[in-house]
Design a protein around this ligand. Sequence first.
Ligand code: 5GP
Ligand code: ZN
Length: 117
Amino acid sequence: MSQDCIFCKIVQGEIPATIVYQDELATAFRDINPQAPMHVLVVPNRHIDDITALSEADEPLAGHLLRVAAQVAAQEGLATPDRGFRVLVNYGDEGGLVVHHLHVHVLGGRKMGWPPG
Ligand code: 5GP
Ligand code: ZN
C-alpha cells in the first residue's frame, strides 16, 4: 500500500466506495464522477503507479484487469454486441491521468463517441 493513495485506501476498505467486484488481485468500484451510466474503475490491489510502471512480471495481472473489466460489463448486462462498453487507461497530462494508481476505466450504458474527446 502506498501512503496517501486514494485507490489503495479503497482497496483496503479505509475509504468508502461501491465495490462491484473484488478478488485477490483486483478490485472494481464505481467512479465517484461517472462519465456514463455505467462507469467502473478496475484497479490492481497492489499499488502500481500507472500503465508505464507495469513490468514483464505484471503481464498476467494486466491481463487479469482486462478480464475483470469484461466481467464487470457482463455483470451490468453490457457484454452483448447490441449494448457494448468501452475500456480505457489514461496516462500523462495529455492522456488525462489524474490518480496515480493504475486503473482501467469501464464505461457503458450510452453510445460512445469516436474519436474520444
Ligand atoms: P484518471 O483521470 O486518473 O484516469 O481517472 C481517475 C478517476 O478516478 C476519475 O474518473 C475520478 O472521477 C475517479 N475518482 C477520483 N477520486 C475518487 C474516489 O475517491 N472514489 C471513486 N470511486 N472514484 C474516484
Ligand atoms: Zn495505490
